[in-house]
Structures are given as structure tokens and as C-alpha cells.
Design a protein around this ligand. Structure first.
Ligand code: AMP
Length: 310
């Protein structure tokens, strides 16, 4: 049976509170839809941890800059419902709000009226939607994806906070595919005392190793083949560490060579501490190797955790 769909935030909050009053625990899996096995693995994990799971499907304009791919982000809402219907093991509802930045009444443009006047803005400000409160996790949001996407994590932390306040979950599950995002949400929850357990779930991959992503559908067959250089070079780097190579510079160079050799455009390759996300020169303790690269018009990210105590 297809899951119930809740479209507005008041009904969502009411539903959650009704569940809570029945003594049920609530899980939340935030997504932007076009669901694949990676998303479904998060939902399954949530179902094992809680009585009922809310899957939010909402493409958040607050995390896209006006030059990014908000308008071409793939969607297939009825397909998403069919995939969720096939899951067993607990109750799932879908929260699919139209616009979480519409506060009713007349929309007043703020400050420069959108467009930003030279400021870094998201599609929310560009649309002049009048929203002006943002959550920033100041240090963790700066590196990795934050460098080339300056409004991204501000938008993510803000929308996740909004979802937490609307759904009031006990547990929220995030994919380690978006490693920095997961760490940022964990830190935000700790720093702001949200009473929510944050769970990080392993990366789901295609058979050939490509990390699953809604954006993969926009790769041509040839680009998709070439994009395998990311997961392959990450796996090789991990094997090299196991053989005793610990120099970050050498490992990063090896990955860059492979991605560039497959005609990818590297945004970054970084080897960072798993908790602080600060770069390390020599691998001595738990690190994660993070890659972002463009194939054609598609920006892909992937990572691999390496747990060592040398
Ligand atoms: P998105 O719809 O891309 O915003 O992703 C929603 C959630 O699914 C995030 O917590 C992602 O980290 C997670 N996710 C996306 N792709 C994967 C994957 N391949 N494996 C595990 N989790 C994923």
C-alpha cells in the first residue's frame, strides 16, 4: 500500500503529536526525492530503530545558489511512492510540502529585494521570499563542499532544523555519502541541544561501485563509465593505506591522476579527520577521503572511511 502523503506543516506536526501520544517513536529521513536504493536503505534503518518513519521529499531552494541545478533536479513523485510502498517492516508516511519558506500573507522582499547585491545568496533570497534566519555550523561548513558551494550547508542546516521542528522526530537518519552534511547535522544537534539521535548510514553503491545518487541519471552512458574512476581510485587509496602508504599528498595525487585521466574535472580531493574534517598530512588515525568531481554537467561526490591506528 502506498504511504500516506502529508502536504502541509500543521498537519505534519499534528500527525507526529498524535503518534507521540500513542507512545510511538518517530524516525525522520530527509530527502530531495527521486529515491534510489541509498535512500531506501536509510528508511529501512529508521524502521528498525523507531515505530513510524517520516520520509520528507522536498527539494530545498535554500541550499541551491541561483547558478546551481535546482531547476533540473530530477523528480518522480509517484515512482517514489511506489518504491516506499514496497518496503516492509513498519509504517512510513511521506511529508511533501510545497514551499517551506512560504509563511502566508503577502511576500515582502527584504533588503536588496533579492538578487543579493553582491552577497552570496540562495534561490530563497533570489526569489525575495522574506526568509532571513539561517543556521550556520561555522567551522565544519567551511571546507570540502563548502568551498565551492558557499550557501549549501547554511541551507541544509536551516531546512533540517525546520524539519526537526515540524516533525519532532526521536531519530533522524542521514547517509554518509554526504559525509560533511552528516557531521554538520551531528554537530548542530549537539550544539543546539536538539533531543534527536542522529544516525549515519553507509553508502549504497551500484554493482560497479558508483555511489548511488539522484544526479546519476543525468550522466550519459560514457560519463557514467568515466565517473567510476572516483570510486575505483578511492578503493585503491584505501588498499594503499593498508599496504603502509600514509602520505596524504601521494594518495591525493594518485586519485587526482585517475579522475583527471578519465576526463573528470576535480573540485577537490581531501583527506580529513573523520570528526573535525580537518586535513591531515600523514594518515595515523581514522580519516575519510572525500572527492568531488564534475563529469559533464554533473557534480558527483563520494568518500571512503579509513579506520587505522598506526
Ligand atoms: P538527497 O535526496 O540526495 O538529499 O539525500 C537524502 C539522504 O539520502 C541524505 O542523507 C543522503 O546522504 C542520503 N543518500 C543519498 N545517496 C546515498 C547513498 N548512495 N548511500 C547512502 N545514503 C545516501
Amino acid at each position: 500500500m502506498e504511504p500516506e502523503v502529508i502536504r502541509d506543516k500543521d498537519s505534519m506536526r499534528k500527525w507526529s503529536r498524535a503518534m507521540r501520544s500513542q507512545g510511538k517513536t518517530i524516525g525522520l529521513v530527509p530527502t530531495m526525492g527521486y529515491l534510489h536504493e541509498g535512500h531506501l536503505s536509510l528508511v529501512r534503518q529508521s524502521l528498525t530503530l523507531t515505530d513510524v518513519t517520516v520520509v520528507s521529499i522536498y527539494v530545498n531552494p535554500g541550499q541551491f545558489s541561483p547558478t546551481e541545478d535546482l531547476s533540473t533536479y530530477p523528480s518522480d513523485f509517484s515512482g517514489d511512492l511506489t518504491k516506499l510502498a514496497a518496503l516492509s517492516g513498519g509504517k512510513v508516511v511521506v511529508f511533501n510540502p510545497k514551499n517551506l519558506y512560504d509563511y502566508g500573507g503577502e511576500t515582502k522582499k527584504i533588503n536588496d529585494g533579492g538578487g543579493g547585491g553582491g552577497r552570496v545568496v540562495s534561490c530563497v533570497e533570489e526569489g525575495g521570499l522574506g526568509h532571513e534566519t539561517w543556521i550556520r555550523v561555522e567551522r565544519l561548513e567551511k571546507g570540502l563542499c563548502g568551498k565551492s558551494r558557499p550557501v549549501f550547508f547554511r541551507g541544509v542546516a536551516t531546512i533540517v532544523t525546520k524539519l526537526f521542528n515540524i516533525v519532532e522526530p526521536d531519530v533522524a537518519v542521514f547517509g554518509k555519502k554526504d559525509y560533511q552534511q552528516w557531521r554538520i547535522i551531528q554537530r548542530m544537534v549537539r550544539d543546539l541541544d536538539f533531543g534527536i539521535e542522529i544516525v549515519g548510514s553507509d553508502i549504497a553503491r551500484e554493482r560497479d561501485g558508483l555511489a548511488m545518487s539522484s544526479r546519476n541519471v543525468r550522466l550519459s552512458d560514457e560519463e557514467r563509465q568515466r565517473a567510476l574512476s572516483i570510486s575505483r581510485s578511492l578503493a585503491m587509496a584505501k588498499a594503499s593505506v593498508a599496504e603502509g602508504k600514509t602520505s596524504s599528498a601521494e594518495l591525493k595525487e594518485m586519485i587526482i591522476q585517475q579522475v583527471v585521466g578519465s576526463a573528470g574535472r576535480v573540485d577537490y580531493v581531501e583527506i580529513v579527520d573523520q570528526e573535525t574534517l580537518e586535513g591531515v598530512e600523514e594518515i595515523k588515525s581514522g580519516v575519510v577521503i572525500c572527492v568531488a568531481a564534475w563529469f559533464g554537467t554533473v557534480r558527483l561526490i563520494d568518500n571512503i572511511e579509513i579506520d587505522v591506528s598506526l
